[in-house]
Write a protein that binds this ligand. Structure first.
Ligand code: NAP
Length: 311
């Protein structure tokens, strides 16, 4: 069957974003091309979806009937499935609940995408890799070392096996300002702690290429715009430890770097195992999609400007 989007993206598209109140869901709405007609779903427990640009409908991705109603309302050509439990530590400790949302929810969304002949963009993660052999390309073999990563691999397989039209975008550690009341990311947590004068301990033996959330949104819109399918990695330009990242945050936000102490990841034995370095090879993102990798300072300065611009 010929899919609607495969004719090329040169018409108004109807795009549904699951988890539209999340960090990425909001960035996608804020950066949507003008000719996109967008919709999103949110949970009744969500902080407050007021003020977001797309119209919204309450629906839990684990509820087939609710999601079917959302699809009938949005009649999407494209679905960006961001909704998930994103905390690696929560996932490790609350396996049944996380499996229901991250895997069973993806099965529901994937089946509906096939019914509605919509392209599914599934948001996976760098956590599909074990972190032993960076830099990972889209063809590198997966080998997750925590439960969150294991579910991402299983969900990717569901998407590949049950959808005719799909793309998988794997973001690495994302940062940006979340919607009020939504989940924090390390930058927000570090800024808040340092502003309060609280000392923080940051791991210096886990490395990443942190990604501003708007850059991830740009990757996704380019995948859609260019009618791409397959796997795409999304990462920032700079490769550094979390401790080095925190030092940049202190510097850009003019906060006291002396409050930051480097520690090895073994300092936090209670948290889920983290891969040491899942940093991506970004050749495909840059060459095929034409999206520039953003450096740490550029990303943080934009966050600082965004905050200064808020009332
Ligand atoms: N942030 C990162 O560094 C990162 C890195 C790699 C991959 N990812 C992946 O990227 C995607 C987006 O991440 P994010 O940081 O934007 O996540 P987020 O800020 O935690 O947002 C997740 C969204 O999913 C919603 N959600 C959770 N359970 C749901 C359910 N049962 N039904 C409907 N909606 C539900 C949340 O609603 P509530 O707010 O109401 O709970 C929220 O809107 C996720 O798939 C995540 O695994 C994130």
């Amino acid at each position: 069957m010929v899919k609607k989007h495969m004719d090329g993206i040169n018409k108004i598209e109807r795009v549904l974003i699951t988890g539209g109140t999340g960090l990425l869901g909001i960035a996608l709405q804020q950066s949507a091309p003008a000719d996109v007609m967008g919709f999103f779903n949110y949970l009744p427990s969500s902080s407050s979806p007021v003020g977001l640009p797309f119209p919204a409908m309450v629906a839990d991705v684990t509820d087939n009937r609710q999601m079917e109603a959302v699809f009938k309302w949005a009649m999407p050509d494209v679905v960006i499935h961001t909704a998930a439990i994103g905390s690696v530590d929560f996932a490790e400790k609350n396996r049944e609940e996380t499996r229901k949302v991250n895997l069973e929810g993806t099965k529901i969304v994937a089946a509906l995408c096939d019914d509605f002949q919509a392209l599914l963009i599934y948001i996976s993660s760098n956590a599909v890799f074990d972190g032993r052999t960076p830099f990972y390309s889209e063809t590198s073999p997966v080998n997750p070392i925590n439960y969150y990563g294991q579910l991402k691999v299983e969900a990717e397989n569901v998407v590949r096996d049950s959808c005719e039209s799909w793309a998988i975008v794997r973001p690495i550690l994302m940062y940006g300002w979340p919607h009020p009341g939504e989940r924090d990311n390390p930058v927000v947590w570090w800024v808040r702690s340092l502003e309060n004068g609280s000392p923080i301990k940051v791991v210096d033996n886990v490395f990443s290429k942190p990604l501003p959330v708007w850059s991830c949104a740009e990757v996704i819109w380019q995948v859609i715009r260019q009618g791409r399918t397959g796997i795409y990695h999304a990462a920032g330009r700079d490769h550094l430890s979390l401790y080095q990242f925190a030092l940049h945050v202190a510097d850009v936000f003019s906060l006291d770097a002396k409050l930051i102490t480097p520690v090895p990841d073994s300092f936090f034995p209670e948290i889920a195992p983290r891969p040491k370095d899942t940093s991506f090879d970004t050749t495909k993102m840059e060459m095929e999609l034409g999206v520039k990798c953003i450096g740490i300072r550029e990303g943080l300065i934009r966050m600082k400007i965004e905050r200064a611009g808020k009332p």
